[in-house]
Design a protein around this ligand. Sequence first.
Ligand code: BGC
Length: 923
Amino acid sequence: MNLAAAYMQELTALARQTVTESCVLMRNENHTLPLTAGMRVAVFGTAQLHYYPSGLGSGGLVNTNGMTGLYDALAESGLCTLNETVRSAYKAWEMAHPFQTGDGWARHPWAQEEMPLTDELLDAASADAEAAIVIIGRTAGEDKDNQDVPGSWHLTSAEEAMIAQVSARFARTAVLLNVGNVMDMTWIERTKPGAVLYIWQGGQEGARGTVDVVFGRTAPSGRLTDTIALSAADYPSAPNHGSETRNVYAEDVYVGYRYFETFASEKVLYPFGYGLSYTTFAHTPISVERVGEKVTLRSQVGNTGDAVASEVVQAYVQAPQGRLGKPVRVLCGFDKTAQLAPGEQTEVTITAPLTDLASYDDSGVTGHRSCWLLEAGEYRFYLGANVREAAFAGSFTLEEDLVLEQLTEACAPQTSFERLRPGADGAAVYEPAPLATHGVNGLRAAHIPEEIPQTGDRGLKLADAAEGRCSLRDFVAQFSDEDLHTIVRGEGMSSSRVTPGTAGCIGGVSDSLTAMGIPAVCCSDGPSGIRMDCGNTAFYLPSGTAQACTWNRGLIRELYAREALDMRKNRIDMLLAPGMNIHRSPLNGRNFEYFSEDPLVTGRMASAQLAGLHRYGVTGVIKHFACNSQEFCRRKVEAVVSERALREIYLRGFELAVREGQARSIMTSYNPINGVYAASSHDLLTVILRQQWGFTGAVMTDWWAFGSNDDLNPSTTYMASMIRAQNDLFMVMNDPASNSGNDDSSAEMAAGRVSRAEYQRSAMSICRTVIGMPAFERLCGHETELDRQLEEQREAEGDVMLDVRAMTVGAETMISGSEINLTAGGATLYQAHLEKRGVFAISIRYRVAEAVTGVTQVSLAVSQDSRLLGMETHTGEDHDWHMLEAVTSPIRRRLIFYLRLFSATGGIEIDYVQVKRIETWEE
Ligand code: BGC
């Protein structure tokens, strides 16, 4: 079998393994799990009707034809007999209580209404079934956060009653949490189910992988990448999360377990790193050895139970409190064993560079201001199964401070606030956070490069620069000012230059740029797989949190190497992923896309994904840089945060992805950080990212993001301030060549407030990034056998047909919009019976529903058979009526065609659809 044919099978198998390795077993009394093959099982919970493969929004709009729900996966497995009475009750409930999708983009309610259980149903179920599965479902999403209320962080009373009732009847009750994010778990003690398993949102193989775990084909080996506290209010960010305008990160570096282990261990219900297995493991630390810039930690792990399973080994450091104050535990390395048979032992070696043990002094209290350093004292190491159980393994002592890197202050706060730290007795105290010593005007003086004298067109193509026949400088010297102002604009949503229905493209966004051999490089969301709002299908990956809970970097690297082939097949060069924001609060709506409350897990998982993507020449756009910790008011809520917390927590994962993962592209966040919008932050993008971390790729904004000019006065048109900061690309405009987004480039350059040299520098960063991308290779005629095979496969895959309605098409046919309700991911398909053959014009009058607001993206696509005829995307800021006009290809033979309307997002109101014959073929 060739690679193109094999990859989908491999992707499917790796995704399924990712799911099994991500499941976190929270409780397992009396060996409730695994269930035994051949058992009779009753399945409870309305979530059995709708599996959540991911949350909502740009990170969740993968259109796939490979979805299987949990009930169907159980049935298909042949491992159990399912109770039909209970199933029928849920089916009947669904008829009367259809799945609620809310109004517009990412507006589903986070939970669906639960069916109350009657004694009669429970009697019937328990008389027949030996075990019960209860499914709890939660979605999550973009532009909307979770709430500390029932139906979101908490169970609803109906859900809790269901778990209690079922647990009282069935000794073997397993609760499966099909959720994006950790949630309240205090109900376990009240309802006492036999087993509880986080199955997360596992993409299209989520349900099958879960069944593997539930029936013990493989033991769950997922471990929490977040702490679960007793209440949402216990998280240290709680008092400073959810503001419309400004959140003060007063907890400083004490995020997640760093806070709980240092100050509030009694508030933890399940510690960071926690997770049970079907077996037990003994961890025996062997040694800790520091040689030069590295510490090597060795531990023995033995399987002491009676099931085959793999185990995660976690290494933590306790640095001396010193003058800075430190969390009492910081994760400094991790590894996962292979599957161990009962009685088998293995040795695990974890190497931690000293940089993973270091702290950043933003105040000068150590005498080493703006340095990464290890303060003098004893460094104690702990190895084991989670942050609480990790046992002392050894230590080394530094006689004096060891400075690893001298930097300069960047991104420090402009606003005074008090930050948390341990006092002399270890108790929580607050100290003033050190303030910036310089201001943050978006166009403040910066390092301006030397201008490259413009040469006009010398016939040099980008390939000449790529293959060393000229320098990138010589190539960019040919750009006119218009070219320079155009190349910094991304085209989208849904550029006609690239794969339809994607978020946009960069590079060759005008005829003049294309003529110079710059390809239009396709960018698609991410992170759950490829998002194509036109209705094309792609593979749906497990969510970011699920992936992180595997703690298995090798697995994720292999998964993404196959995802790279899905991208190649669909002609996608850059996936707008991974999402790397820190789980600062469990109430952030997009946590499902992100990995963890810990930056090391975040950075290492992102690096693993990038390594996989880079194997086949595509890449990821790591996002959202930085502090996109909240969805509510995400375009304007400012993060006020110390430079130390930025460096150690919020930027650290990105730094690892740049330095270790070789990230080639990065997306800035919508929000301002310490007084300046991320896209205009010279400190963030020039000083830290490029000068200090050595990044040489392209930086793009989030879609329609604001820049700052003077302080926090924001606008999407402030391109000059973005270019000065080295945010190379504004995403996105419909027509970059005509400056349809109305940016200020020419005006600001003419006024001398930004220089040509800065545009040339960004042009070079963009060109450097697109060289080597599949689109570039295609343009150079370097298509490989792999491309040919993938192309063949893509063509062979037809489109999925859904919900077919019949219509008769005469000279002119109208369908009233009231008959069409396009829900998210929903297609309405008409089998159009033609009175006469010919060519047909299709006109759709539509608008974005009033309920949709903000920069949410709403799309409408129209296809003839499986051929996309037209597609439009608008934001929730545009409620005007629009016309989507399209013309079919000639229909000469058949008297039929399929007209398909598709909205990946929902939130579209259709006034009418008109189908008019504009050419006729007589028999
Ligand atoms: C999201 C990004 C996404 C972009 C393009 C924005 O709303 O925040 O994560 O990549 O849209 O769809």
